[in-house]
Design a protein around this ligand. Structure first.
Ligand SMILES: [Zn+2]
Ligand SMILES: [Zn+2]
Length: 297
């Protein structure tokens, strides 16, 4: 069995800069926690949410894509400043889905970028979004499309994959094929009815490294991390997976689901795994334990 590595620096350290290959650099700008607090790290702000900057180069052209903006512009701009990222170099922003913990930093991010910037998302990104966590809560974005456009956001809302550059694409709507990656507790309004939300807008970012395979960056992976990875393989016609990182949404997963996720991830054979954000601390421990057990045998 091929070895799976958990990329430990990814899921707990907010200021990790991950060079996964010669031609892509991923910087985690917002994550739920900051592991080490000394020097400049002291001033970094952790928030429940996710924002990852992907920088790559094709020939002499630099491409810089921001995947999600976290839940707070204040936190995002603070961390961007401390981590010495120039927001003006961002070419496009991908919103993985319409939950506030991935979108609410957007208005401030656009003000920081201060130039017209494409916002790539699913057409249902502004659909009403609720969750029942002990009680009913609104968990959608706190801004509207006109507010986004007023600060330079240029909507590119499509349900199919959007090719941002050669070898960089969004997944578009993700096929739900596994039997165990089921959602619960999310709701929306459709035609005046309060109904279960399948979070159809959930999508990921794919960077296809020619020699190494796919780098799949998830937001919350509400569609399921295995479904997302398999969908990435399908739309790029590429079997080889180099890395899967981002939220794995295992926070309410049973032991059985975690085991089935592990089994499928082993079959998909990514070289790096970076579960963070919505993976859940307890679930992350189980994930690591199960992977280590396999590695040691
Ligand atoms: Zn979400
Ligand atoms: Zn999330």
């Amino acid at each position: 069995m091929s070895r799976l590595n958990v990329l430990c620096s990814c899921f707990m350290i907010l200021d990790s800069v991950l060079t996964l290959a010669d031609d892509v650099c991923l910087t985690i700008l917002i994550e739920d926690s900051v592991e080490a607090r000394n020097g400049a790290r002291k001033r970094l702000i952790a928030k429940h949410g996710l924002s990852i900057l992907a920088e790559t180069r094709i020939d002499d052209t630099e491409i810089c894509v921001l995947m999600d903006t976290g839940p707070s512009a204040e936190a995002l701009l603070n961390n961007v400043d401390i981590m010495d990222v120039n927001p003006r170099k961002i070419d496009a922003i991908v919103l993985s889905h319409g939950h506030y913990d991935h979108t609410d930093g957007l208005i401030g991010a656009l003000k920081g970028i201060n130039k017209p910037t494409m916002i790539i998302a699913h057409p249902k990104i502004f659909a009403p979004k609720f969750a029942v966590r002990k009680k009913l809560k609104f968990i959608g974005s706190s801004f509207t499309q006109p507010m986004m456009e007023n600060v330079g956001g240029v909507p590119l809302f499509a349900s199919n994959p959007v090719e941002i550059a050669e070898d960089i694409t969004t997944t578009g709507e993700i096929e739900r094929k596994t039997t165990y990656e089921k959602l619960k507790g999310f709701f929306t309004i459709e035609q005046g009815q309060f109904v279960v939300d399948s979070i159809i807008d959930d999508q990921a970012l794919i960077i296809n490294l020619k020699s190494k395979g796919l780098v799949v960056v998830t937001g919350c992976a509400h569609a399921g991390v295995v479904n997302t990875t398999m969908h990435a393989q399908k739309i790029t016609n590429t079997g080889k997976i180099h890395a899967v990182l981002g939220g794995f949404h295992l926070i309410d997963a049973t032991d059985k689901r975690i085991q089935m996720t592990i089994d499928d991830l082993k079959r998909l054979k990514p070289k790096f795994l970076g579960p963070c954000h919505s993976t859940g601390k307890k679930q992350l421990k189980k994930l690591k334990k199960l992977l280590e057990i396999d590695v040691n045998h």
